[in-house]
Design a protein around this ligand. Structure first.
Ligand code: SAH
Ligand code: SF4
Length: 394
């Protein structure tokens, strides 16, 4: 018999349908499941390829599988992704999908094409418990964790919609910088990472998959031991009092512990540096003193790192302002003069409010119900930017 427990843990969707959502099973789990059907384990590899490499949406199309297996799959399994509420394309090629996570919750997935890569920014939770004041996801509170199937479904969907012929995988890099704190949904995220890295899955190298965290120290350590991929840490402040205010999780895992975990991570991580994200908030964390303090913090910690300075994306009621460009430039210069690598993140997709996880607080029940009504009754009505008022920081 297929493993019912696996079904519940790895696929949020399966709870209601009673079917196992194959998008959420790692290759090992799929092997166990296929053996439970009385089939040989090698069939699982073929099936896994159909699901993730060919993006098949229908079991009957899996022509290399025996008809008897396809018939079994039809009755027991499904390939379910979150429904698309909105699909926006920016003039610069950035594409944003708003997906329905049920019960009035929406999540975002953003695709950012560049000359040499296509980066997909995925969400790991609907909402977030960390509640950083400068983050619109944080302002919304927490709704639920996404399952492995719902995380992988974002990648599958993007590849399929970006190249319907299925010849080329548009997504070459995946960053967990959408909504949610990935390391507070560790099991589901680890499952998704394993599928992304699997040669018979998405076949991405560890360097091309980045987990961004606000600093959940015990899970940084677990990730290092179990599935090391590139790590980005949202630092945002050079000292504990300021970081306590900006990233409340700092009270639980202060800077000294966080930096020690980063050092440990470098031993197993695929890169020889940690990326520190630093959102530039005018008059809050952007002075020359802050820059110098930051230099001494990482120097004393003997930590090889790169800084990614992110222009703050304002949203209503955040109470913060974006640092002027000149200030960001000076901040970067001070870091660089001390021998650090510091880059300023480009903003992309501004014309479609292409947030990477910065879904504004008004995407809640009322808005979604209204969106559904628009979809049902008034085809062609565009969604005004004020209705999503999401921001972008990719
Ligand atoms: N929860 C994880 C990953 C999602 S947020 C984390 O915090 O790292 C991804 C990045 O966007 C983080 O560095 C976060 O601090 C940053 N961010 C959040 N709100 C932002 C905003 N309004 N403007 C710019 N960057 C923001
Ligand atoms: Fe959560 Fe990250 Fe937003 Fe903080 S910045 S509230 S950790 S999603």
């Amino acid at each position: 018999m297929p493993n019912a427990q696996l079904t519940a843990a790895h696929s949020g969707a399966a709870k209601d349908s009673g079917l196992t959502n194959l998008l959420g099973l790692t290759r090992d789990e799929l092997e166990g499941w296929v053996e439970g059907l009385g089939e040989k384990a090698f069939r699982a590899r073929q099936l896994f390829k159909w699901v993730h490499q060919h993006g098949a949406t229908d079991f009957q199309a899996m022509t290399s599988l025996a008809k008897s297996l396809r018939d079994q799959l039809n009755g027991r399994a499904e390939l379910r992704e979150l429904p698309i509420l909105r699909d926006h394309q920016s003039v610069d090629g950035t594409r944003k999908w708003l997906l329905d996570a049920g019960q009035g919750n929406a999540i975002e997935t953003v695709y950012i094409p560049e000359d040499d890569r296509g980066t997909l920014c995925v969400s790991s939770q609907a909402g977030c418990t960390v509640a950083c004041g400068f983050c619109s996801t944080g302002h919304q509170g927490f709704a639920r964790n996404l399952s492995t199937a719902e995380i992988i479904g974002q990648v599958r969907m993007a590849n399929r919609l970006l190249d319907p012929s299925g010849r080329r995988a548009a997504v070459s890099n995946v960053v967990f910088m959408g909504m949610g704190e990935p390391l507070l949904n560790y099991e589901a995220v680890r499952g998704a990472l394993q599928i992304l890295l699997d040669d018979n899955g998405y076949g991405l190298s560890r360097r091309k998959v980045t987990v961004s965290t606000s600093g959940v120290v015990p899970f940084i350590e677990r990730l290092a031991a179990e599935c090391p991929v590139a790590l980005a840490v949202s630092l945002h402040a050079p000292n504990d009092p300021l970081r306590d205010r900006l990233v409340p999780l700092n009270k639980k895992y202060p800077l000294a512990e966080l930096l020690a975990a980063c050092r440990l991570y470098l031993r197993s991580g695929p890169r020889d540096f940690i990326t520190f994200e630093y959102v530039m908030l005018e008059g809050v964390n952007d002075s020359q003193d802050h820059a110098r303090e930051l230099v001494s913090l990482v120097t004393q910690a003997k930590l090889y790192c790169k800084f990614n300075l992110i222009p703050f994306n304002p949203f209503p009621a955040s109470g913060f302002r974006r640092s002027p460009a000149e200030r960001v430039r000076q901040f970067a210069q001070t870091l660089q003069a001390a021998g650090m690598v510091a880059t300023v993140r480009k903003t992309r997709g501004d014309d479609i409010d292409a947030a990477c996880g910065q879904l504004a607080g008004d995407i809640q029940d009322r808005t979604l119900i209204r969106l559904r009504r628009l979809d049902a009754g008034a085809e062609g009505l565009a969604l005004g930017s004020h209705e999503t008022s999401s921001t972008h920081h990719a």
